[in-house]
Design a protein around this ligand. Structure first.
Ligand code: MF3
Ligand code: CO
Ligand code: CO
Length: 271
């Protein structure tokens, strides 16, 4: 493994296998947690389940102790954009939430998040979740050598704004593999043909955060929780992808089809 001229790691087959295994545990953690996302459960209880699952699969939650972060996953509820800290808050009917887990296995990192819903959610929440997932998949469909990171951002921004929602600017995706956060910053907005070129062997996350209202965020006094300034609902999905000679592998697809049962396939074939 070496870095290219933009300072981005180019991973070999061994690294690919290592990262894929870490991603598998991360995905399976989210597959496992879905059944427990019900009215009355606290986000802390969900965190404990994720923590135990990761440990029992010989992996370590990367977020625990990361820059002082106190928990094994991030749970971001309703107008929380990202980095929500699990606590004693109880879920209630109509809530939407993102659960974001990052596993370390044999020194390799895998990072993924999905939206979950509690009971019956409103039509606007459902649309927000679908647009966010579609935006991610649209960008992934363009992950192939020769395209640029700017292309990915532009695709997400165009799709989200066409649907009258907004892309959060204050957080981004990232290179990943031998560390949690590596170059480059993967922006979810931008300009076609700009930024570094994608190359085979790159591994990074795409993790767009989409708000129903305005894109601005603020950080709460716990120094982690990011919320929408206008209190509008926010959604996020995250995949870790590995660039191949042509196209890419999504390393963090669900293994049991508990959410978006068609996985990415339907969306991928349809665009
Ligand atoms: N998993 C998040 C990401 O997608 C990062 C969480 S860092 C934490 O990059 F410290 F907030 F957990
Ligand atoms: Co990430
Ligand atoms: Co993440």
């Amino acid at each position: 493994m070496h870095k290219n001229k933009d300072g981005i790691y180019i991973y070999n087959q061994d690294a690919y296998r290592g990262i894929k295994k870490a991603c598998e545990i991360a995905s399976k953690t989210l597959d496992m947690i879905g059944q427990y996302v019900v009215p009355g459960v606290t986000t802390e209880e969900l965190d404990k389940k994720c923590h135990d699952f990761m440990l029992s699969h010989n992996s370590v939650p990367a977020t625990l102790g990361y820059r002082g972060y106190p928990k094994s996953c991030c749970i971001s509820l309703n107008h929380v954009v990202c980095h929500g800290i699990p606590g004693d808050k109880r879920l209630k009917n109509g809530d939407i939430l993102n659960i974001d887990v990052t596993c370390i296995l044999d020194g390799w990192y895998g990072d993924t998040s999905r939206m979950f819903t509690v009971g019956n959610i409103g039509l606007r929440s459902k649309r927000l979740i679908e647009i966010t997932h579609d935006a991610l998949i649209l960008a992934i469909n363009s992950v192939t050598p020769g395209n640029t990171f700017g292309d990915l951002g532009a695709i997400i921004q165009e799709y989200v704004e066409k649907n009258k929602m907004s892309v959060v600017r204050d957080f981004c995706g990232h290179g990943i593999g031998s560390e949690f956060h590596q170059a480059p910053n993967v922006l979810h907005y931008g300009i076609q043909n700009s930024g570094p070129k994608l190359e085979s062997g790159m591994c990074f996350t795409i993790e767009p955060m989409v708000n129903i209202g305005r894109p601005e965020t603020k950080i709460l006094s716990d120094n982690w929780t990011a919320v929408t300034r206008d209190k509008s609902l926010s959604a996020q999905f995250e995949h870790t992808v590995f660039v191949k000679k042509e196209g890419c592998d999504i390393l963090t697809l669900s293994y049991n089809n508990t959410f978006f049962p068609d996985g990415a396939k339907l969306h991928r074939n349809n665009v």
